[in-house]
Structures are given as C-alpha cells and as structure tokens.
Design a protein around this ligand. Structure first.
Ligand code: NAD
Ligand code: MG
Length: 334
C-alpha cells in the first residue's frame, strides 16, 4: 500500500531504520544489556541461518502411533526448544494454564513461558504422563512452579475442576492458552461417526468455551487468552471436514471474545500454525502415507518444529503486545 513515505526515500530510510531497530531490540534479550549498550549474545534461535535446513526436512520415516501419542516416540523427536529457547523476562511473575502442554505446540509454549519467567500449569491426558513429566521437569529447572493436571477436557465438570486446580496451584491466573486439539482425517463425510464428530467438537470448541468461562473470574486487567487455530480454517483440506470447521470457530472465539473483554483489559488472540511436526499428525491427523512428505509443500519446504512457533505464544501473552487483540498470529511455513 502506498503512503506518503513511498515518495520520500530519506524518510523511508529513517522509518525503516527505526522499525529494524525496534524489532532487533524486541528480540535481543535482557533489558539490562540494552541500556548498557552491550550487544546481547545471540541465542541458537536468533543466530542467522537458512530456515529451509534449520530443522529436519522431508522425507520422514513412515510412522503411526495410537492416539493421543507421545512426542518422545516420534522420529525425529520434535524440537520444543528444550536446548535452544532463551528467555528474556517477558512474562516475569505471570501464571499460565496451557492445555495440551505435554507435547507439540503446547509444550513449546510451556517451556518458553517458564524461561520467560512464568509459573505454568499444564493439562494433558493421563496416557501422556511420560511427556508431561518431562515438561514439568523443564519448568522446574527454571526455578518456576509447575503444576501437572491430567484429565479429559471433553468432560464439562473436569474443565471447571482444571481451572480451580490451576488457580490453586499457581496462586492465580494471568494467561490461559486453549491449545489442546483433536484431529482425525476422513476421506468422506460418510466416514465420520457421530462419536468422532462429537469428540472433535467437544475438544476443540466446547472445552475452550468451558475452560475460559471458568477462568475469567480469576483474570484481571492485563491478562491474556490465547487459542490455537490453524491454517486449515482458511484453506480446509477435504479430509479435515470436521476439524477445519472447529479451527474456523477458534478464530471467531478470539475475534468475538476480544470485543467482549476489551473493556475488562483482557486481550484475546489466536495463533495459526501451518504443518507442525507433532504427535497430532501421526495418530490419525494425516493418512500414514502423507507423513514422509509432511510439510514439503510449504514455501520453507519442511514442517515447522514446535519451538518455531513458541515466540508467537510469548508475544500474544506478553504486555509488549498490548495493542493486539482479536488478532490471528500465523506461522504457516508460507
Ligand atoms: P499434540 O498432539 O502435541 O497436542 C495436542 C494435545 O491435545 C495432546 O497433547 C493432548 O494433551 C491434548 N488433548 C487432546 N484431546 C484431549 C482431551 N480430550 N483432554 C485433554 N487433552 C486433550 O499436537 P499439536 O499439533 O501440538 O496440537 C496442538 C494444537 O495445535 C491443536 O489445537 C491443533 O489443532 C493445533 N494445530 C496443529 C497443527 C500441526 O500441524 N501440528 C497445525 C495447526 C493447528
Ligand atoms: Mg500429547
């Protein structure tokens, strides 16, 4: 879009420089280093590198697990930032509840939040205890409080209980990340059972409604709510007929709730991943034959690793993004 700066190269240069500087400052790390004039050390994530081969590329080993699956049993094991995410105090003292925090995108958000200074409660299914305990250990390694709350969020009573236990364990709640999701591919609408359709709706639409409703009385001005939608909300693959509908609903969750909660000082945003290397995909989210070339058709040419989307969850929760609400932050691989 042309604006008044497009005709004035010098002004454009100044604005460009300012924007670049602000972006660099935002990503660069501890405020202390900024004010002392030192250039903070680059983290593995901020070092200059080619995004195409920064992480594993297709073809991948053909693999399937029983639902809900374990990240630790994927080949290669997804990168959730265990070794690489470096925090800079963006969420100091915040208290966050993340559903699906045991693996994949939720796990990457949990690790990043803890390294940014937050105490974190994670919800997951009892079958995922092994993945969950790894996340709990990583949060505690940062000296933060970690709360493990296994349970099934398709159960309305559990959704309320989950919030109560998170609030009790964390001493309050400032950040809610509705991230758990259920995705099973089906070639035809005629192959989708009543039960499967119901599980998809209950997990992806009812649970965020119930959990958010229970959480709101505990959230004060400055709090943030995040929901995980998907690129499929705008461009639905024919094999994700039911799932894609729920992800479209998740966008409206963010946009409509943002309007309701603006006057209470609570921001609501959505994060939209493209193809990410997580258990969801190898437990029936994709046909087994699609796994070897998963993510190959993106501009970057490979699937995202969960750590690559963690910064968007940090940004959505952080007060740095105080003017962003009702937005959809994307990491789709192009
Ligand atoms: P994942 O399998 O690591 O995480 C999904 C989590 O949902 C599971 O770990 C599980 O703990 C939780 N869950 C599912 N059903 C549950 C239930 N009934 N009760 C409690 N917890 C339950 O996979 P992921 O890809 O990290 O998924 C996280 C979110 O990202 C989901 O909302 C998914 O729709 C979304 N997403 C993923 C991709 C992708 O390519 N991986 C793309 C777009 C959107
Ligand atoms: Mg899991």
């Amino acid at each position: 879009m042309a604006d008044d700066t497009s005709h004035d190269p010098q002004r454009r240069l100044v604005l460009g420089g300012l924007a670049g500087g602000a972006a660099a400052a935002g990503l660069a790390g501890p405020a202390a280093a900024q004010t002392s004039g030192e250039t903070p050390a680059a983290s593995p994530l901020t070092e200059m590198r080619d995004p195409q081969d920064a992480y594993p590329q297709p073809p991948f080993e053909r693999q399937q697990q029983d639902w809900p699956g374990l990240a630790s049993e994927m080949t290669p094991v997804p990168d959730h930032g265990e070794e690489s995410y470096v925090g800079s105090g963006r969420l100091t003292g915040r208290r966050a509840l993340i559903t699906g925090g045991d693996s994949g995108i939720g796990r990457a958000a949990a690790i990043a939040y803890a390294r940014e200074g937050a105490d974190v409660a994670i919800n997951y299914l009892p079958a995922e205890e092994q993945d969950a305990q790894q996340v709990i250990a990583l949060i505690e390694a940062e000296g933060r409080t970690a709360v493990a709350i296994p349970g099934d969020i398709t159960d309305a009573a559990f959704c309320r209980d989950l919030v109560e236990r998170a609030v009790e364990g964390l001493g309050g709640l400032d950040i809610l990340v509705n991230n758990a999701g259920y995705q099973q591919f089906a070639e035809s609408i005629e192959d989708i059972s009543e039960e499967d359709f119901d599980t998809t709706m209950k997990t992806n639409i009812y649970a965020p409604f119930r959990i958010t409703k229970a959480a709101l009385p505990h959230m004060e001005a400055g709090s943030a709510i995040v929901i995980t939608t998907s690129v499929v909300a705008e461009d639905p693959p024919e094999i994700l007929f039911d799932y894609a509908q729920t992800k479209a609903a998740n966008i409206i969750f963010a946009k409509a709730l943002a309007k309701q909660l603006g006057p209470r000082g609570i921001r609501v945003n959505a994060v939209a991943p493209g193809p990410f290397w997580t258990p969801l995909q190898v437990v029936g989210g994709q046909p087994a034959d699609a796994i070897p070339e998963f993510g190959a058709s993106t501009v970057i040419g490979r699937p995202g690793q969960p750590v690559e989307i963690a910064p968007l969850y940090v940004l959505a929760a952080s007060s740095e993004a105080s003017y962003s609400t009702g937005q959809v932050f994307e990491a789709t691989g192009g």
